[in-house]
Design a binder for this molecule. Structure first.
Ligand code: ADP
Ligand code: ZN
Length: 531
């Protein structure tokens, strides 16, 4: 029975009760909704699960005309529309997945004033035909979802979003609300500026997700570590495991399934049918694990995701926050778990060095990675570090619900170890023709006569064997932390270790290097310990 919800237009709270069946607004929802209903523009920063949708759906219902929602999540539009229709809201969408007739129907409904909400893909608004169509109907509000996609340096940049500034010029009287779950101060500014919303009121909710426990462990044998974590803490729970490559997505899903944990893969290389089937199983079932690339999850509203695990390092804190934010939307205790190792750092640096983009782009990518590494290596509360990254003051210096708060890491004076590594790099650097990565440096320090050590006479170096006091895993941890602290760097496609501007102060003994002591690792084979 279409139109039940809107047979009569009521106030915001009345609409919340009648259409959505909820008792009360949450957080700042009501203030935001009132502002938009009154015709004001708004920029809303709210963490995932905070309840952004109601902030535009209710104004769309309360104000006359159709609310136009711009969303990049084409794959989810049908679901979103179905969900609204089930509540009696007259909703429709327009995107490239529709045939001519379907689009015609939606257009006719919009023009006849028979829609409360219409979802559009951003690329539609580049078409004059779409703008003309919108001009011929009545619009209550423009909602720009996932608004961080307009930020050129962000991790989800979509050029089509830049065209959205046209909305304010063409419909100055229609309020606009831009929403995102991801925004540093810089992104926030960029949203306001690029969408042309100088007069918008800003609503910034706390980014704290108190029910999520943050943990980052040194990577030894990641699949086994993951299995142990799941068996001990999340047996039978629904969760997402993020991996960087399609290959490791497949391998991880298979490994978990073989070991008694029901898991399916999800990545862009699978056919659409399989992807849709795995996604809908995940949404429907209680205890399914999805192993996925970051292609999975944007806009997925499953309240009872009990854990999000990362087997590879995300490229930025924004990405990490958004991905881990998919856990625990229902407010119940959940875990964000990550295994992270030297190879992650080397690989990401290589990707940046060898990747496309100009110098400025590389520098930005590099500083995103630096912030992510700082979060991984910190001996302080991870939650405080996260909040401060997003420009928010933590309520307390230690949250009591992250690994560093629960078992504060010991630190040790790694100055001598750092000097050993740096002096080896200096000696290798003298052999200009040949470039060497972390593996060779560690083999030399540990006094290993490998074929490659012998080939280059590295057993003749004065530093050969001076690092027998630490294990290989410990050395890898030292190199990783030096990389994170910027006391050493990697270069080129082979991940050659090179000195940085700050290396000199360590070699010259003007500076101490304090390192995080890592929890003892489970015994693993040598190949596994190489990340
Ligand atoms: P976001 O888009 O910010 O990630 P959603 O809008 O999808 O969040 O909302 C997250 C969940 O919270 C949804 O299941 C939604 O129905 C629920 N929700 C939002 N606002 C309220 C409210 N005022 N009362 C009860 N549930 C709410
Ligand atoms: Zn903490």
């Amino acid at each position: 029975e279409p139109g039940v919800a809107t047979a009569m237009r009521g106030g915001a709270l009345e609409t919340l009760h009648r259409v959505f069946g909820y008792d009360a607004f949450r957080g700042e929802q009501e203030t935001i909704i009132d502002h938009v209903v009154d015709g004001g523009d708004a920029v809303v920063l709210m963490p995932t699960g905070g309840g952004k949708s109601l902030c535009y759906q209710i104004p769309a219902l309360v104000r006359p005309g159709a609310g136009v929602v711009i969303s990049p999540l084409i794959a989810l539009m049908q679901d979103q529309v179905d969900a609204l229709r089930a509540l009696g809201v007259r909703a429709g969408f327009m995107n490239s997945t529709q045939d001519f007739d379907e689009r015609r129907t939606v257009e006719a409904e919009f023009l006849a004033g028979e829609l409360d909400v219409i979802y559009l893909a951003p690329e539609r608004l580049r078409l004059d035909s779409t703008l003309d169509l919108l001009s011929r109907g009545r619009i209550s509000v423009f909602a720009i979802d996932e608004a961080h996609c307009v930020a050129q340096w962000g991790h989800d940049f979509r050029p089509d979003y830049l065209a959205l500034s046209v909305l304010g010029r063409r419909w100055p009287d229609v309020p606009r609300i831009a929403l995102t779950a991801t925004a540093t101060h810089a992104t926030h500014q960029e949203i306001t500026q690029r969408l042309g919303m100088p007069d918008a009121k800003h609503f910034v909710a706390s980014f704290d997700r108190p029910n999520i426990q943050y943990r980052i462990v040194p990577k030894a044998d990641p699949k086994k570590q993951l299995l142990t974590f799941l068996k001990q803490e999340h047996e039978g729970d629904a969760g997402i495991v993020y991996c960087l490559s399609r290959k490791s997505v497949e391998a991880t899903a298979e490994f978990l399934s073989r070991n008694g944990i029901e898991a399916v893969p999800y990545h862009a290389g699978l056919d659409a049918g399989t992807r849709a089937a795995h996604q809908s199983r995940f949404l429907r079932e209680e205890g399914l694990v999805v192993c996925a690339t970051i292609a999975f999850g944007m806009g997925i509203d499953k309240p009872d995701v009990r854990f999000v695990a990362h087997l590879d390092l995300p490229k930025s804190v924004e990405g990490y926050y958004q991905e881990t934010g998919r856990a625990g939307r229902d407010g119940i205790a959940s875990t964000a778990w990550m295994a992270y190792g030297l190879q992650d750092v080397v690989q990401q640096r290589k990707l940046i060095n060898m990747g496309e983009g100009d110098e400025a782009f590389r520098r930005r990518a590099g500083s995103h990675l630096d912030a992510m590494l700082a979060l991984c290596e910190t001996a302080q509360c991870r939650r405080s570090q996260l909040l401060m990254y997003f420009g928010q003051e933590p309520q307390t210096a230690s949250c009591g619900n992250c690994d560093t708060c629960l078992s504060p890491p010991e630190t040790w004076d790694g100055t001598v170890a750092a000097q050993k590594i740096l002096s080896t790099v200096v000696r290798l650097d003298r052999e200009r023709r040949q470039k060497f990565g972390a593996g060779q440096v560690i083999d030399i320090l540990m006094g290993k006569r490998t074929a490659k050590v012998i080939q280059f006479d590295h057993d003749q170096l004065s530093v050969f064997g001076i690092g027998e006091d630490l294990s290989e895993a410990e050395w890898r941890g030292v190199v990783r932390q030096l990389l994170a602290q910027g006391l050493i760097a990697v270069e080129g496609e082979y991940g050659t270790l090179v000195l940085t501007e700050d290396s000199g102060s360590v070699l010259g003994r003007q500076r101490e290097v304090w390192l995080r002591k890592e929890a003892p690792r489970p015994a693993t084979s040598r190949s596994a310990s190489r990340d």
